[in-house]
Design a protein around this ligand. Structure first.
Ligand code: SF4
Length: 247
């Protein structure tokens, strides 16, 4: 049902290869994907790979990534990360979970994002939205991301893991919100054991919906449904117009 609701779900960070996705994921901490997507074209035009970034001047990196916040710490992380990739992996981002988590600042969540989206290796990405919804759906009883990941992996086929991650996160950002889920306007309400945790009145719930599902955004939603392969670009365009709020 989530696949029907969000046929256009996708990775929300822009990237062209594993290195770019790894860097973008590091930059995405404590900020919106839109902001990251605004700075990465400049960063990658100047430093297209781990080798060039490892040799970059720290102050130059800081200046470029400043809009993403915590720019000093992030610049240092990217520098160290790139150096390690050059020293230990000959400048190429490794393609296994075991190797990725040895990189500084790369935990299971980041590693799974990179594996699932840049290497095509199935993975469940447990961020705050996924963890919350997995509990509400009754897929897990745990708050520990590693346990959530393991519990959900047992319920679904590996081929579905990456897209499932995107769809659940999309649902968490638009409908099953942290404080006030819009149960009365939720496509999976009949299947959800937590129905009633949020607003059940359909008209009131409708008003809680976000982004392309929000009242007044019908044209945007229709455009994304009609152009599922291009939905990321459509979303980026409208969010940039709306001063950078990321779904
Ligand atoms: S019914 Fe409510 S709690 Fe369940 S998924 Fe929908 S919005 Fe979330």
């Amino acid at each position: 049902m989530l696949a029907e609701q969000y046929p256009y779900a996708h990775a929300e960070l822009d990237f062209r290869n594993p290195f770019e996705l790894l860097v973008a994921t590091v930059l995405s901490a404590q900020t919106t994907d839109v902001r990251v997507n605004q700075v990465t074209p400049v960063l990658f035009a100047r430093y297209p790979d781990a080798r060039s970034l490892s040799e970059a001047n720290l102050t130059d990196i800081e200046e470029i990534i400043r809009p993403t916040g915590f720019f000093r710490a992030k610049a240092k992380s990217l520098h160290t990360l790139s150096q390690r990739i050059v020293d230990e992996f000959d400048g190429v981002v490794p393609g296994t979970l075991a190797e990725l988590v040895t990189l500084p600042g790369v935990g299971r969540k980041t590693a799974n994002v990179v594996l699932g989206n840049a290497f095509g290796v199935p993975g469940i990405t447990v961020d705050t939205h996924f963890g919350r919804l997995a509990k509400r759906f009754g897929w897990t009883a745990s708050d520990d991301p590693v346990v959530v990941e393991r519990d959900v992996m047992e319920l679904f086929e590996p081929r579905d893991w990456t897209m499932l991650s995107h769809r659940v996160v999309f649902h968490g950002r638009r409908v099953c919100l942290a404080r006030r889920p819009a149960c009365g306007a939720c496509a999976v309400a009949t299947l959800c054991p937590s129905f009633g945790e949020g607003e059940t009145d359909p008209a009131k719930a409708q008003k809680l919906l976000r982004f392309e599902l929000a009242p007044g955004k019908e044209a945007l939603h229709a455009e994304m449904l009609a152009n599922t392969d291009n939905a990321a670009a459509i979303r980026q365009r409208t969010e940039s117009d709306a001063a950078g709020v990321s779904p």
